[in-house]
Write a protein of this length. Structure first.
Lengths: 166, 382
């Protein structure tokens, strides 16, 4: 301890304090502040860059998800449209079919009616013809066979019965 | 201290490894001695002469180490003992003794001459300047052996001051160039600064922020960085063959510790003083007992900083120089080469110690600043 105190150089102590305090202030102004600022700036820059990269990645993911969703919707819509179209087609075909059927039936009906009326007309005509023919025949027969009255009646009845059978 | 375990273990391991060599080397030299005695029985005084020569070498080495550990008023690289010639250069002597006295240290002629300045006579004794009469006689105190002559205030530019100035200039150039390289190189360090940037970041991220806290650390950064690199560079400078012993000087460590104490005291908050003078959470009588203890603790903390750095560096220098001195005592190829190997290993260890002590000093300073800035958030802990 005695040696320590004896070795203590007050001049060196003063020089050291002066130089060291001066050095602190000089370095603070010209070195530490710029260095720490630069390092801080760099760290901030790195942090920001990382953050923005992360954001960009997230945005990308969002975009991709959006794309996927839109695609899905489009696909769904297409499917719906196809389905609708198919239904409409089927309905149209079915409608056409029933209409055609109805039309056919109607035509057949009309044809039948026409045939019937034609037939009736033809029948009437025929009957008329037959009757005129019969009359003429009967006239001729009558002219011939008026002498035989009994045979005449017999013949007329017979002929009329035949016509009715027709 | 947890950290200092490692070098300690390393030293012990090195010593253990070297033990067999020592135990082998000594008998060998004894055998050599007896052989010479047998060969030359006529010169029986030869061994006695060898012995006195060895003790002379020993005392010379001790003197040399003692001299090295002290500050020096001139810069001597080497000296020729026989002719008394010193190779180096003189440094200015500045004394305050009822007026300023400035003269060259060559006037002392390495402690052998009486320097005269404006009618006052000064003598250099063990690197300390004493005022004497014209005859230059020093009166010694009988119990301590120190001279009782008056000592003027010695503001000389000594070897240590040269070392401090050199390191200060070096640090200024180095770190301003690092600061400039950021703006020049787009925010990335270049050149020698590249090596020091991680150290700057280390001081910030591992020493300042964990100990002081994110909120307050910025205002202490300049001091912590300066003190870290200052101690580190001076420690390394002490390992060069230039023979500086700056951080192993009590005046230097005292000034550094004083600055830490002053900064802690001036920047401490209310909470810190509250814990010292009126410790919360203990019974009132205890508060009266604790206050002086706590107050003493604030002084002991920087005092331990001062002693730790001083003792570590001083001890490193003493051990290293003693082992180098052993080479000249052994004077045989086994012992000397072994000493060389040991000195080499220790030098490498000293580089680690140089870094470690700078780290510890900075770390503990940061810890004290942190204690001075602690927020009042751990009420329930008491």
């Amino acid at each position: 301890m005695d040696k320590l105190i004896n070795d203590f150089s007050f001049g060196l102590f003063i020089w050291q304090i002066l130089i060291f305090v001066g050095l602190i202030f000089l370095l603070k102004k010209f070195a530490w502040k710029p260095i720490l600022d630069a390092v801080n700036d760099r760290e901030e820059g790195i942090k920001n860059a990382l953050e923005s990269a992360e954001n960009a990645r997230k945005e990308m993911q969002n975009l991709q998800a959006d794309n996927q969703r839109i695609l899905q919707e489009a696909r769904l819509e297409r499917d719906n449209m196809l389905k609708d179209a198919r239904e409409i087609k089927e309905k149209m075909v079915a409608d056409a079919k029933t209409e055609a059927q109805a039309q056919g039936l109607k035509m057949i009906e009309q044809a039948k009616a026409a045939i019937e009326s034609e037939k009736n007309a033809a029948m009437a005509e025929l009957k008329l013809q037959v009757s005129t023919l019969s009359l003429s025949i009967a006239e001729k027969v009558l002219k011939d066979e008026l002498s035989n009255k009994e045979a005449q009646t017999k013949l007329v009845e017979k002929m009329l019965g035949d016509v009715k059978l027709n | 201290m947890v950290i200092s375990n490692k070098p300690l273990r390393f030293i012990v391991a090195t010593l253990v490894v070297c033990l067999p060599f020592f135990s082998f080397a000594n008998p060998a030299s004894e055998v050599a001695n007896t052989q010479t005695e047998v060969a030359q029985p006529a010169t029986a005084t030869a061994s006695g002469e060898v012995k006195t020569e060895t003790t002379e070498v020993k005392s010379k080495i001790k003197e040399f180490i003692d001299h090295h550990l002290l500050d020096a008023h001139d810069f001597t690289f080497s000296a020729n003992e026989e002719t008394g010639e010193h190779y180096g250069f003189s440094l200015p002597i500045i004394l305050w003794d009822n007026g300023l006295h400035v003269f060259s240290s060559s006037k002392f002629n390495h402690g052998e001459a009486i320097a005269e300045s404006d009618g006052n006579y000064y003598v250099l004794h063990h690197e300390k300047i004493y005022k004497t009469a014209a005859d230059g006689v020093l009166t010694e105190n009988e119990t301590t052996g120190h001279p009782t002559n008056a000592t003027p205030l010695d503001l000389s530019i000594t070897k240590s001051v040269v070392g401090i100035l050199g390191i200060a200039v070096l640090m200024f150039l180095l770190f301003t160039s690092l600061a400039k390289s950021y703006s020049k190189n787009g925010g990335i360090a270049s050149g020698a600064g590249r090596f020091f940037e991680p150290l700057v970041l280390y001081v910030r991220d591992e020493i300042a922020i964990p100990n002081i806290g994110q909120k307050h650390y910025k205002k202490y950064m300049s001091y912590l960085l300066t003190i870290f690199f200052f101690i580190f560079f001076l420690n390394i400078l002490g390992l060069t063959p230039l023979g500086f012993n700056v951080t192993g000087n009590i005046a230097i460590t005292a000034s550094l510790a004083l600055l830490t104490y002053v900064i802690t005291t001036l920047s401490a908050n209310k909470n810190y003083w509250g814990h010292i003078f009126w410790m919360p959470g203990v019974p009132t009588p205890m508060k009266f007992i604790l206050a002086p203890i706590e107050l003493l603790g604030t002084i002991i903390k920087p005092f331990s900083l001062m002693i730790r750095l001083y003792a570590n560096i001083l001890a490193g220098h003493v051990v290293l120089m003693s082992i180098i001195g052993l080479m000249f005592i052994f004077k045989n190829w086994i012992g000397s080469s072994l000493s060389f190997g040991l000195a080499f290993a220790l030098s490498i260890l000293e580089i680690l110690v140089a870094f470690l002590q700078a780290y510890i000093f900075t770390m503990l300073s940061a810890l004290y600043f942190g204690a001075g800035n602690e927020e009042h958030h751990h009420e329930e802990a008491h």
